[in-house]
Design a protein around this ligand. Structure first.
Ligand code: NAD
Ligand code: GLY
Length: 364
């Protein structure tokens, strides 16, 4: 078992553990007990994840003498909305959850983001715990406290920064993921490779992409490595006043794609993979990276099967308009995170419309 302690910000006593291990779901109850004062726990999940892991998790809090309740939401990005959020609030009120009680999110990034936002808002904030079961959620969304729902006009536009009390990551849950969902998580894993040096963490014996190439499979060490990179960024900029935006590499175009698809028919990781390709093309066109590094990264994306294209039904102009409501926009200017060297990215806010449209054209 490996535990990372995330301190946010690093200089204050506030901290929470990210507990990473194989077959640890059965200990969920004791981890919740160690990290909250809850007497009642509302576990939020969906039918798929509950069917696979509900019983193991449910038994464990009962052993710890909690009152445990389950709420199953509909499955899918299109349900990461105000209605699902309200369903959680209503259940919490019906169960008379009090301020010291807690929510727990058992599932992927969708369940994690909505449940975290429900915890941030119910009774002005109660504790919650993340129990991520997708690769994407284990390497990214369960860590760092971004909680949100989608709005019909834009992705993740309604949300908060609200840290969990613990993240309980059972890496064996990724064995039941479909190939598509593994690849979706891999897109965020590759993202860390592209931003690695800008994360401000040193001490690993090889570069991220070399590590991936050497192992050719997801290991608990890899998941820990991603969480450490993310923690290094979040510790320095919890509320995204600057540096944290680098974690959104590939997301400016990616989020707009998801919105244009109506949050259906494309996964978050697929959209981010297209967005990262767009960022590399934009950077090459601007001379920010040389041909060699550009080709290496495009080869990596292709090699991991991330050669997705945007559906031709989506007009480039609509995509561009959607990018303009991205959360990172400042004074009306779109901001892009672009590569400027091997594992290095920077933030740019002066990209003319034509340059962006030229790149978008290459993504169909
Ligand atoms: P998801 O939550 O929709 O899960 C993908 C699918 O896998 C779902 O059908 C789910 O039911 C199923 N599933 C979950 N665990 C399973 C398991 N162990 N075995 C079999 N099936 C399983 O998608 P996701 O990729 O996990 O998360 C995407 C979401 O995360 C997006 O909404 C994105 O915006 C968000 N996100 C948030 C952050 C953050 O910092 N908060 C970071 C990255 C992404
Ligand atoms: N996934 C982006 C962030 O956590 O900031």
């Amino acid at each position: 078992m490996q535990t990372i302690t995330l301190k946010i910000p690093a200089t204050t006593p506030h901290s929470y553990p990210i507990i990473i291990g194989e077959n640890i779901l059965g200990k969920t109850g004791s981890y919740i007990k160690q990290n909250t004062k809850a007497k009642k726990i509302l576990l939020v999940s969906n039918a798929i994840v509950y069917g696979l892991y509900g019983n193991i998790v449910k038994q464990s809090p009962i052993n710890e003498e909690f009152e445990v309740y389950f709420l199953l939401l509909e499955d899918g990005e299109e349900f990461k909305n105000i209605k699902s959020l309200e369903t959680i609030w209503t259940k919490a009120i019906e169960l008379k959850l009090e301020r010291r009680d807690a929510l727990a999110a058992l599932g992927g990034g969708v369940i994690g983001d909505i449940t975290g936002f429900a915890a941030a808002t119910y009774l002005r904030g109660i504790d919650y715990v993340q129990v991520p079961t997708t690769l994407l959620a284990q390497v990214d969304s369960s860590v760092g406290g971004k909680v949100a729902i989608n709005h019909p006009l834009g992705k993740n536009l309604i949300g908060n920064f609200y840290q969990p009390k613990a993240v309980i990551t059972d890496t064996s849950t990724i064995e039941t993921l479909s190939g598509t969902e593994v690849k979706t998580g891999l897109a965020e894993v590759l993202k860390y490779g592209f931003i690695e040096k800008s994360c401000g963490l040193s001490g690993f014996e090889m570069t991220f992409t070399d590590y991936l190439d050497k192992n050719r499979k997801i290991t608990p060490e890899l998941i820990k490595y991603c969480c450490e990179l993310k923690a290094a960024v979040v510790n320095r900029d919890e509320k995204e006043t600057g540096l944290r935006a680098i974690l959104n590499f590939g997301h400016t175009i990616g989020h707009a794609i998801e919105k244009c698809y109506g949050y259906k028919g494309i996964t978050h990781g697929q959209a981010v993979a297209i967005g990262m390709r767009g960022a590399f093309i934009l950077a090459r066109n601007r001379g920010l990276v040389g041909e060699n590094y550009y080709n290496k990264c495009i080869k990596l994306l292709d090699g991991y099967g991330m050669d997705y294209k945007i559906n031709k039904n989506i007009a480039p102009e609509l995509l561009y308009k959607t990018i303009q409501v991205d959360k990172k926009v400042i004074s009306g200017k779109i901001r892009f995170v672009l590569p400027t060297g091997e594992g290095i990215v920077d933030i740019f806010n002066d990209i003319p419309e034509k340059e962006v449209l030229d790149v978008i054209d290459c993504l169909y």
